[in-house]
Design a protein around this ligand. Structure first.
Ligand code: AMP
Ligand code: GLY
Length: 425
């Protein structure tokens, strides 16, 4: 079958790599893709939110399956657009509709949902311009740290964890009154701080049945020992050692089952990935956030561990038959190390020539922010440049293979964390 994949990051390169291992994949197209995805299929220059053009392309190329990588087109209703057009409605589709995508698109929606379905999460209150004054009073007296979250999508920057009540008062005002995160902070969720260990659980839902993929942990801070600014993710490991069978049973019973049933009860036909960000507090899982997609760089460790046919799983999912699919996982540890540009997550330069990628061995390289220049040379084109994924008997082994290979790739300003997975080594 012909498949269209939307997105252009390391996540999408990992999808492209796995999808084209399937004997069912006739032609893969990636919109817009990157030089890494181009090794597995044909990159198509259509913007993620240009639903009309994407629809036309699907008809022209006889696309049977559409997989949406990033959240934005989902929150903007790409699934609803395809469902409403009789020429597109029968294309198999991975990604929830606009309502289901609210799990990520609105923190207020997702918190209400968790409370309604008794899914463990931090206590919270939501404020808007209507009750900003109450909000300011509320955060003034809130225990510390206090967590402020912009309701809408804010490019991963909308969460503030503050250790000072006066600062929190100013911040909630800046978010609501001065639109610090644009319309995304018209509403602000004020939440209790949960102290524990984070991990991510990935679920693929066909609306009724679901499969739980390997757990992962990402490393968000730029500096070693989790110091410095937040990034999109500097690396990840999978599976997470403490998330054993007993722990996952708790997650399944208390979180995944009620989430799937809750969505059904809300008449939301959720077909796609649910990425559940968890905080493990004294061994008990709490939901920090939902995302309506896979994580990046978590995908770069989770998908390579899948032994069974990914494309078959996605087709079974789109057809509502996930119960008929057997998911097989490799009994290995995976780690990915992200190479980034100097200055990231602040300002950074692009266009630095990258050399040495042909020298790496025993790792899988996933392009994130790369492009070919006018001479056809591979260059940096983003803060996160590429992810190097490796396997081992344990995390330690996997990480050291990635680090050795990270040293072989050269470009001006290259930086990477050498301590990915540090707490499990
Ligand atoms: P989010 O954008 O929702 O992923 O939040 C960004 C990060 O903030 C999370 O990955 C956590 O590290 C942290 N965080 C969010 N909510 C809380 C909370 N209630 N308690 C502690 N940390 C949190
Ligand atoms: N790595 C976190 C995310 O994809 O949101």
């Amino acid at each position: 079958m012909n498949v269209l994949l939307l997105g252009s990051g390391g996540r999408e390169h990992a999808f492209a790599y796995k999808l084209t291992q399937s004997k069912h994949c006739k032609q893969l197209f990636i919109a817009p893709g990157n030089p890494g995805t181009a090794k597995h299929g044909i990159n198509v220059n259509i913007k993620l939110n240009d639903f009309e053009e994407l629809g036309k392309f699907c008809m022209q190329q006889n696309i049977s399956l559409l997989i949406v990588g990033p959240e934005e087109p989902l929150v903007n209703g790409i699934r609803d657009f395809f469902e409403a057009d009789k020429n597109l409605a029968n294309i198999k589709f991975i990604g929830p509709g606009k309502l289901g995508a609210q799990l990520e698109g609105s923190k207020d929606f997702s918190k209400d949902f968790m409370i309604k379905y008794k899914i463990p999460t931090a206590n919270y209150k939501t404020f808007t311009s209507e009750n900003l004054h109450d909000g300011m009073e509320y955060v003034k007296k809130h225990s510390l740290p206090v967590v402020l979250k912009a309701d809408g999508l804010a490019a991963g920057k909308g969460v503030l964890i503050l250790n000072d009540n006066e600062v929190a008062v100013n911040e909630i005002r800046a978010m609501i009154e001065n639109k610090k995160f644009g319309n995304a902070s018209d509403k602000v969720v004020v939440e209790e701080y949960l102290n524990g260990i984070e991990l991510s659980v990935f679920v693929l839902s066909d609306g009724t049945n679901y499969k739980i993929l390997p757990t992962a942990k990402d490393y968000k801070r730029i500096g070693e020992n989790d110091s410095g600014l937040n990034t999109g993710g500097m690396g990840a490991v999978s599976p997470v050692p403490f998330a054993d069978e007993a722990y996952l049973k708790k997650v399944d019973e208390r979180i995944i089952k009620p989430t799937i049933e809750g969505l059904k009860n809300e008449n939301i036909n959720y077909v796609g990935f649910i990425f559940i960000g968890l905080m493990s507090v004294n061994g008990e899982p709490f939901v920090i956030e939902y995302n309506c997609r896979m994580g990046d760089p978590e995908t770069e460790v989770v998908l390579p561990l899948i032994k069974s046919d990914l494309l078959e799983m996605l087709v079974a999912c789109a057809d509502g038959k996930l119960d008929e699919y057997e998911l097989l996982i490799d009994d290995l540890a995976a780690a990915t190390v992200m190479l980034v540009s100097a200055g990231y997550p602040g300002d950074y330069e692009k266009g630095k020539q990258i050399i040495g990628i042909d020298d790496i061995q025993n790792s899988q390289l996933f392009h994130a922010g790369t492009q070919l220049n006018e001479n056809g040379e591979l260059c940096t084109n983003g803060g996160r440049v590429m992810a190097i994924t490796s396997f081992g008997k344990n995390i330690n082994e996997a990480v050291s293979v990635s680090i050795n290979n990270a040293k072989l790739i050269q470009y001006e300003g290259k930086y990477f964390r050498k301590d990915i997975g540090f707490e499990f080594l």
